[in-house]
Design a protein around this ligand. Structure first.
Ligand SMILES: NC(=O)c1ccc[n+]([C@@H]2O[C@H](COP(=O)([O-])OP(=O)(O)OC[C@H]3O[C@@H](n4cnc5c(N)ncnc54)[C@H](OP(=O)(O)O)[C@@H]3O)[C@@H](O)[C@H]2O)c1
Length: 354
């Protein structure tokens, strides 16, 4: 088990070596009402890199482009040793339909914009950010492959898409000899575990490394929210934290607070912080390659990096698993039932595939 940022993991079915915790750069810039000013963002970057971190996550439209611009500035002296991941598809110009979306025109223009903003001549990893249920996937995959052949992008990946479509895309890429998708970025944490139904097993089968975002559910798992927040309205001015945003998107629910409470109890037992326990649960998960840390201040980042030192007992792990467990539903429940096992496998003994 990795306990340092420079104990690397391989990204999906590729040879690329990435740190077991990525650094999220959505907090670089304050344009979204929460985040870090340039000097503070620089400290986040320096701290992460000094500890051996090499994997940084941004997107062309994060903080209206400031995230990429700051990251490009900070990364200049060590560009070659970093794995810079960015994303395309969200609208770059509101009202201009082709300034976003997964199609070829948006893909090529977005990559050029990201190269300029990041002040680099190649992107290590390019994600399709949000699936639109519209663009033919051959158009996307062929466009991505063209960019790889041009040397502007080294690896391609996908975020926020249904498992059936990602699986289909990977099969098409494999059969056509196009660049395969090497990573799947999804929301995954103790509160949001829908990925366990199909996305995570699919990623493992199809060779995509799972990169969880919002590993602390936007901060809810740090224990900083209480029952009073269940009825609070997201009004007033931004205080620079995620609170108004979290309340606005309904991230603070009774179920979420109950799970956060269990995280707090396990943290007390371990002499750790809830943030470290919440992050460590994703980090130690065998289906996961590298969760993305979201930190607004150096103190939060320092705290979160402590997750690398957390190991759970089997009992603690079972408690956490149980607190956030979801019903997998059909066909998973049916296929796992004793009756179905007996009907399909009888008393056959088959060793699990590695
Ligand atoms: N692909 C996608 O669609 C997508 C979507 C979302 C995020 N992402 C990526 O994933 C990264 C991480 O996501 P996230 O920001 O949602 O992660 P997160 O870890 O779930 O939430 C981060 C927020 O939690 C609070 N926090 C973090 N560490 C803390 C600590 N130790 N103590 C107290 N509070 C703490 C901070 O909020 P306060 O401001 O309230 O202190 C911080 O902004 C982003 O930077 C981005 O790169 C990708």
């Amino acid at each position: 088990m990795s306990h340092t940022l420079d104990t690397y993991r391989l990204l999906g079915r590729s040879g690329l070596r990435v740190s077991p915790l990525a650094l999220g750069a959505a907090t670089f810039g304050t344009e979204w009402g929460w985040g870090a000013e340039q000097d503070e963002a620089r400290k986040l970057f320096d701290l992460y890199v000094e500890r051996g971190g090499n994997f940084i996550d941004t997107a062309g439209t994060y903080t209206n482009g400031t995230s990429e611009r700051l990251l490009g500035r900070f990364a200049r002296d060590r560009r070659e040793s970093l794995v810079l991941a960015t994303k395309y598809t969200t609208l770059r110009r509101p009202g201009d339909p082709n300034s976003g979306g997964p199609h070829r025109k948006s893909l090529f223009a977005s990559v050029e914009a990201s190269l300029r903003q990041l002040n680099t001549d190649y992107l290590d990893l390019l994600y399709l950010h949000v699936w639109d249920f519209t663009t033919p996937v051959e158009e996307i995959l062929r466009g991505m492959d063209d960019l790889v052949r041009q040397g502007k992008v080294l690896y391609v990946a996908i975020s926020n898409a249904p498992a059936w479509q990602v699986s289909r895309m990977q099969a098409i890429a494999d059969l056509r000899g196009w660049s395969p998708l090497v990573a799947l970025e999804i929301e995954y944490n103790l509160i949001e575990r829908a990925g366990e139904r199909d996305l995570i097993p699919m990623a493992r089968e199809m060779g995509l490394g799972v990169i969880p975002y919002s590993p602390l559910a936007g901060g809810v798992l740090t224990g900083k929210y209480s029952r009073a927040d269940l009825t609070a309205t997201p009004t007033g001015t931004d205080d620079g934290t995620r609170k108004r945003f979290n309340l606005g998107v309904g991230a603070v629910t009774a179920r979420a607070l109950e799970i956060a409470e269990v995280v707090k109890e396990v943290a007390t037992e371990l002499g750790r912080t809830p943030a470290q326990v919440g992050l460590a649960w994703t980090l130690r998960n065998p289906g996961v390659t590298a969760p993305i840390i979201g930190a607004r201040t150096p103190a939060q980042l320092e705290d979160n990096l402590g997750a690398l030192e957390v190991d759970f007992t089997a009992r603690q792990l079972a408690r956490l698993d149980e607190a956030g467990a979801i019903r997998l539903g059909f066909p998973h429940d049916m296929l796992a039932s004793d009756r179905m096992r007996a009907e399909t496998r009888g008393d056959l003994k088959i060793e699990a595939r590695q």
